[in-house]
Design a protein around this ligand. Structure first.
Ligand code: ADE
Length: 296
């Protein structure tokens, strides 16, 4: 897979690409990347890349010219050109057009399923915004996906782009072991397939269970006994239960999917009966009218 990132401040990105696991993946030939400085495509003497907003408003917008030229040079097809030249008899293009992702707070919310989808692309082009945003005409012409990393506004699209890059490249087959991917938060549900495409039994996306390492007693704090018992079935059950507890406490909406396996419904009932620090279960009609829990 190749990831190309277009930015006005590529030096912010460079350290990540050169020092992370990404550098190792690149050495092993699993990944490649290119950082493009949008300013290199500005044609005026001052390499100007921003201007005031038509119609008024605070701040500056990124100019369409330099960014459009950088996108074209990166091989991103103009979507409007595709439409205008398409004819009914024309053969389908052999390669899929490069996916071009603009990171912006007004995009679709990024999640693990999207990371998995992007990791399947041969090549991904990411655009980092700056200032108040980007001229809409470049977005309309080149961008296939607008993605936000969360409901907050960063001053730099570079930080958001790195979040996407980090979540995506580690899913490329061979970068890290399939086993590590399988057990982590959000690795189930829609994303239950391993890197070889093989799916395990259905399990909802859950937050990861707590983990411990040596020493078994640290400052009088003991590792849960089950984890040192060597009893694999009990360890697996403990982990699932802890994942469910944490998910109920922090992200109960993840458990709202239909078709939860009976084993999981039973564990949820047990956890709710025990009480504790969790939100009311979101699809629990009893909780809504305070008439008790439908899970019990
Ligand atoms: N740029 C600024 N804020 C952002 C966000 N929340 N997501 C993606 N890109 C951004």
């Amino acid at each position: 897979m190749k990831i190309t990132v277009l930015s006005l401040f590529p030096e912010i990105l460079k350290g990540f690409f050169e020092s992370s696991l990404m550098a190792k993946a690149a050495e092993r030939g699993l990944m490649s990347y290119e950082l493009v400085n949008i300013r290199d495509y500005a044609t005026d003497r001052h390499h100007k890349c921003d201007d005031e907003v038509f119609g008024g408003g605070a701040g500056m917008l990124m100019l369409p010219g330099p960014l459009g030229a950088a996108l074209a040079a990166a091989g991103v097809p103009a979507r409007d050109a595709e439409d205008s030249t398409a004819s009914a008899s024309a053969p389908a293009p052999a390669a899929r057009p490069k996916r071009c992702v603009f990171v912006t707070p007004s995009g679709r919310l990024f999640n693990q399923a999207m990371a998995e989808e992007f990791a399947l692309e041969e090549e991904l082009v990411l655009v980092c915004g700056r200032y108040e945003g980007v001229d809409q005409r470049v977005i309309d012409r080149y961008v296939s996906d607008e993605v936000s990393i969360g409901d907050y506004v960063l001053s730099s699209g570079e930080v958001a782009a790195l979040v996407l890059v980090d979540a995506i490249y580690r899913l490329v087959p061979g970068v890290i072991s399939g086993e590590s991917l399988h057990e982590e938060s959000f690795s189930a549900g829609a994303a239950a397939a391993g890197p070889d495409g093989e799916r395990g039994p259905y399990r909802p996306a859950l937050l990861e269970y707590p983990q411990f390492t040596r020493p078994a007693i640290y400052d009088n704090l003991r590792v849960p006994e089950v984890l040192t018992s060597g009893h694999h079935a009990n360890i697996a059950r403990w982990r699932l239960r802890e994942s469910l507890k944490k998910t109920l406490a922090y992200r109960p909406e993840l458990l709202a999917a239909d078709g939860l396996p009976g084993e999981i419904r039973k564990l949820i009932r047990e956890i709710i009966t025990e009480g504790g620090d969790h939100e009311p279960y979101p699809e629990d009609p009893g909780a809504a009218d305070e008439g008790g829990s439908a899970w019990l």
